[in-house]
Design a protein around this ligand. Structure first.
Ligand code: KIV
Ligand code: ZN
Length: 514
């Protein structure tokens, strides 16, 4: 029997800490549900004490996931640990993940604690945590730069108190693969009670070695790996989940281990995260990049036609990338549409949601001749992330040119009432955004990020726009989809405003009830 390597996903915690990757409550829940479909073993839902928003998201994810272990990060203090406990109460299998730095540089300059104080604190908090949690993980932050003898002492101490997962992060992405393997070997050989715990690794990617170091650690005996979808995370990111999992699967001959991951959910997980954060993966990114399975060179195409294995070491289908040849069009009926949804893995929509999606599909089919899988996925994802629409883009007229100022007339609908406004600016997008921000009367809104991308090739392609706005305290992310890029952009701006109002309203209700 091969060893099972547990996949600990920290997309919603370490990943979410990276610039531009923050997600709101609903977005985190959508991602957490997708991680459950991907069958990760543990979802680290956040850092419960970090903010009220983090607390709420850990709690929501803990309450909603049906099978997956949910973890919260905590520093080594009683307050952090009890806060994590409160947030995780509803989880089927809650796990506390507490940490304390053990390297000399961190102890001296960050913690301002002596090594003796650090050992004492780690042991005391392990004991405290074990009274509240059935499953406790300890991370020795900056472990890869910690004096080995000291690390062994700390790990032995916490395991004695009942910690069953010891994580040894390469916090600053400094390790190299051989060294990392020796590091894990050292722990196995020198921590006397290590047989009572699983060794976990958590590798950052500062030298681009995150996945290589993780794989080396697995070969040396690590039983859990911490990683993120698309490799998002602090600075250069964390080791990428999809790369680790597909390396283990594709080179099973070398690694001889299994994971519980349903690899056919990888592509969908990657896409959803991109959609949620607006942060794209580079086209040549391994496994999930746009070009990962594209063969441009004639000589490659020739080989592929003769035998796929000439240039393909894994199939696109194995990560859930099925380019289903059945293209839909305006004559396709609801039956074919539902079949397509099923084949793309979306069979859990309610009948009302299917009717709604089918109507959107029909509208699209009137504008676009062939509807591809990517078009349908774009519609479905838009639906999954939909929130109550306080403002609705009713219509717009924009006159523009290279010798005149652009004028945008925007009409919005709010609770059945129509409101209209006009704005002048340098271009159609800025004029439209300006008119909307004046109409919605939500104070000063700053545009933080904006982008639009074609869903498929062709001049009739749908444009997917994303807009990030800030009200001075928070950033809100909106998305819009249309065959007209101005329409998509304005819809994305209105969606960002709706996201803001929805989040504020939800927070107010929560405050009233507490
Ligand atoms: O990189 C790191 O050391 C961490 C720990 C808190 C696990 O993220
Ligand atoms: Zn980290």
């Amino acid at each position: 029997m091969s060893r099972i390597i547990r996949i600990f996903d920290t997309t919603l915690r370490d990943g979410e800490q990276s610039p531009g990757c923050s997600m709101n409550l609903k977005e985190k829940l959508e991602m957490a549900k997708q991680l459950e479909r991907l069958k990760v073993d543990i979802v680290e839902a956040g850092f419960a004490i970090a903010s009220p928003g983090d607390f709420e998201s850990v709690k929501l994810v803990a309450n909603e996931l049906k099978n997956t272990t949910v973890a919260s990060l905590a520093r080594s203090t009683e307050k952090d640990i009890t806060t994590a406990y409160e947030a995780l109460k509803g989880a089927v299998n809650p796990r506390l993940h507490f940490f304390l730095a053990t390297s000399d540089i961190h102890m001296e300059y960050k913690l301002k604690m002596s090594p003796e104080e650090v050992v004492k604190q780690a042991i005391a908090m392990a004991k405290f945590a074990r009274n509240l949690f059935g499953e406790v993980e300890f991370s020795a932050e900056d472990a890869s730069r910690t004096r080995p003898e000291f690390l062994y002492r700390v790990l032995e101490g916490v395991i004695n108190e009942g910690v069953t997962i010891v994580n040894v992060p390469d916090t600053v992405g400094y390790a190299t693969p051989d060294e990392h393997a020796r590091f894990i070997g050292g722990i196995r050989n020198n921590v006397p009670n290590i047989d009572k715990a699983t060794i976990s690794v958590h590798v950052h990617n500062d030298l681009g070695l995150g996945v290589a170091n993780t794989l080396a650690a697995i070969q040396a005996g690590a039983g859990q790996v911490e990683c993120t979808v698309n490799g998002i995370g602090e600075r250069a990111g964390n080791a990428a989940l999809e790369e680790i999992v597909m390396a283990l699967k594709t080179r099973h001959d070398i690694y001889q281990v299994e994971t519980n991951i349903d690899t056919t959910e990888i592509y969908r997980s990657s896409r959803l995260l991109t959609k949620l954060t607006g942060v794209k993966v580079q086209p040549n990114k391994a496994i999930v990049g746009e070009n990962a399975f594209a063969h441009e060179a004639g000589i490659h195409q020739h080989g592929m036609m003769a035998n796929k294995e000439t240039y393909e070491i894994m199939t696109p289908e194995s990560i859930g990338l099925k380019e289903n040849k059945m293209v839909l069009g305006k004559h396709s009926g609801k039956h074919a549409f539902v079949e397509k949804l099923d084949s793309l893995g979306y069979s859990s929509f309610t009948p009302e949601e299917v009717v709604d999606l089918f109507e959107q599909f029909k509208v699209l089919a009137d504008k676009k001749k062939d509807i591809s899988d990517k078009d349908i996925l774009a519609l479905v994802e838009q639906k999954q992330l939909a929130i109550p629409e306080i403002y609705f883009l009713d219509r717009f007229i924009i006159s523009t040119g290279n010798t005149i100022s652009t004028a945008a007339t925007i009409r919005l609908r709010k609770n059945g009432d129509l409101i209209e406004g006009v704005s002048l600016a340098d271009g159609p997008i800025s004029a439209g955004f300006k008119a909307i921000s004046e109409l919605v009367d939500c104070g000063e809104l700053t545009l933080i990020d904006y982008g639009v991308e074609a869903v498929t090739d062709g001049t009739d392609a749908q444009g997917e726009a994303h807009v990030k706005i800030s009200d001075g305290t928070h950033v809100y992310h909106g998305r819009g989809l249309s065959t007209d890029i101005i329409d998509a952009s304005l819809k994305a701006y209105v969606d960002a405003v709706n996201q803001m109002l929805y989040i504020k309203e939800t927070q107010e209700k929560k405050n009233e009830n507490s």
